[in-house]
Design a protein around this ligand. Structure first.
Ligand code: PLP
Length: 437
């Protein structure tokens, strides 16, 4: 049996088991297709043969509509740093709901929430709220362009900053910059230069070459797209120095990497950008985005000042999200960060050992409370392996592969359960591939 045949056979058995365990989700998906295109409204969570439909969550667990309980390592794409329905966050949200969810005026909570963010994130002297990480990055870019009076932006090829036209551009095989999804005007590529993750000399040269037209360089300081990873030695420092020398703004997208410490990745690495976009965990489980930075740059959005950039949003800093956000940030102390990081490290080590012991073509990466499992390049059908893996883990009660995070409501016993599951899943895979240890 070749490993290609083995992989297909493994995938079929995993899918058969998945279908057996989740008939209710299959039915919901079919019904969903009648009202949502392809049953979907968020492409990153729709998977063949059908996605899971969940009924409720509590602590580190989720229950699907068929009653299967799963340990949740997805944590809504890393946002739920305190797991599901944390009592203090639930209380904060319920108290707010009872006195009105949103109004066309300010609320004292936004000041408290903003203060917590300014105190924690080194680059943020002033902050503005939005409703998603996409919006946060979009607004941040607008302000950077207005501040510098330039249009060109350097982003890293393949980096994800949300579903916004201005960033949905990538390198074609012939090197041209082209839209990475339908509906993005082709001429937006005129405003983008693409750099490469980790290539400090290459990116520094691009910044210098384009300096007089370049508004900003944007990146996730901790790699997110293509697998979680710390930056190579000196990469962020080089980008900081060159952008400062050339009068170009440095923007960090910390929508995910805010998990890396009280001050996000910038606090951990000691490199301070000019502006930062946030999302996910700062909303305590409700929809959120925020961006902030140097006071002189953020002053461009002041409606009683110059207001060079007019930014509105019916639900910006709404009291429901603010209440959940404040509660979540209060719970996220340095001790909690240390704990979720330790659980993350144990999970990474255990998974890497399970992969190595079986000689599987997988790579375990990450840092802090974040980890990812990717396929090595030699795999002929990475799509089959990477579609099957989350289903195989799901069949055994673990949800979230291949992008994983720990949460403050997880204990060591949960990590040990994931590792036990991983050993069983990987034994099955290794024997199907014909090279079990
Ligand atoms: C690094 C990064 N930036 C931005 C976004 C977009 O955030 P949202 O989905 O809240 O729009 C994401 C979402 O996964 C992200 O991972």
């Amino acid at each position: 049996m070749t490993s290609g045949e083995g992989l297909r056979r493994w995938y079929r058995s995993v899918v058969d088991e998945y279908r057996r365990r989740t008939p209710g989700s299959a039915r919901m998906f079919e019904q969903g297709g009648g009202v949502l295109p392809g049953g979907d409204t968020r492409y990153s969570i729709t998977t063949p043969p059908h996605p899971l439909y969940f009924e409720r969550g509590e602590g580190p667990y989720l229950w699907d509509v068929d009653g299967n309980r799963r340990l949740d390592l997805n944590n809504n794409s890393t946002a739920l740093v305190h797991g599901h329905a944390h009592p203090e966050i639930v209380a904060a949200v319920c108290d707010r709901a009872a006195i009105g969810t949103a109004w066309g005026g300010h609320s004292p909570l936004e000041v408290e929430w903003g203060r917590m963010i300014c105190e924690r994130v080194p680059s943020i002297e002033r902050v503005r709220f939005a409703n998603s990480g996409t919006e946060a990055n979009m607004h941040m870019l607008k302000v950077a362009r207005a501040f510098t009076g330039r249009d060109l932006v350097l982003k890293l090829d393949g980096a994800y900053h949300g579903t916004y036209d201005g960033f949905e551009l990538a390198a074609a095989p012939d090197g041209r910059v082209v839209p990475s999804t339908g509906g993005v005007p082709a001429n937006l590529s005129e405003n983008i230069v693409l750099g490469a993750w980790g290539d400090k000399e290459g990116v520094a040269a691009l910044i210098r070459e384009n300096a007089d037209r370049l508004a900003a360089v944007i990146l996730t300081p901790f790699r997110s797209a293509g697998g979680f990873a710390h930056p190579p030695e000196g990469y962020l420092e080089t980008l900081r120095d060159v952008t400062a020398d050339e009068g170009v703004l440095l923007l960090f997208d910390e929508v995910i990497s805010m998990r890396l410490g009280m001050g996000g990745a910038q606090g951990r690495y000691g490199v301070t950008p000019d502006m930062t976009a946030l999302g996910k965990l700062i909303g305590g489980g409700l929809p959120v985005g925020a961006f902030g930075g140097r006071a002189d740059i953020m002053a461009l959005t002041d409606p009683l000042g110059d207001m060079k950039v007019a930014l509105a949003g019916t639900f910006n800093a709404n009291p429901m999200t603010a209440a959940a956000g404040v509660a979540a940030l209060r719970l996220l102390t340095p001790e909690v960060h240390d704990r979720i990081d330790r659980l993350g490290a144990r999970l990474r080590e255990g998974l890497a050992t399970a992969v190595k012991d079986r000689g599987l073509p997988l790579r375990v990466e990450g840092g802090g409370s974040l980890l990812s499992v990717a396929c090595e390049p030699e795999v002929a059908r990475p799509d089959v392996l990477m579609t099957g893996l989350p289903l195989a883990f799901g069949n055994r009660g673990v949800f979230g592969f291949p992008y994983l995070s720990t949460s403050s409501v997880m204990e060591e016993q949960h990590v040990e359960y994931v590792l036990e599951t991983a050993r069983a899943v990987m034994d099955h895979l290794a024997s199907a591939l014909g090279d079990a240890a």
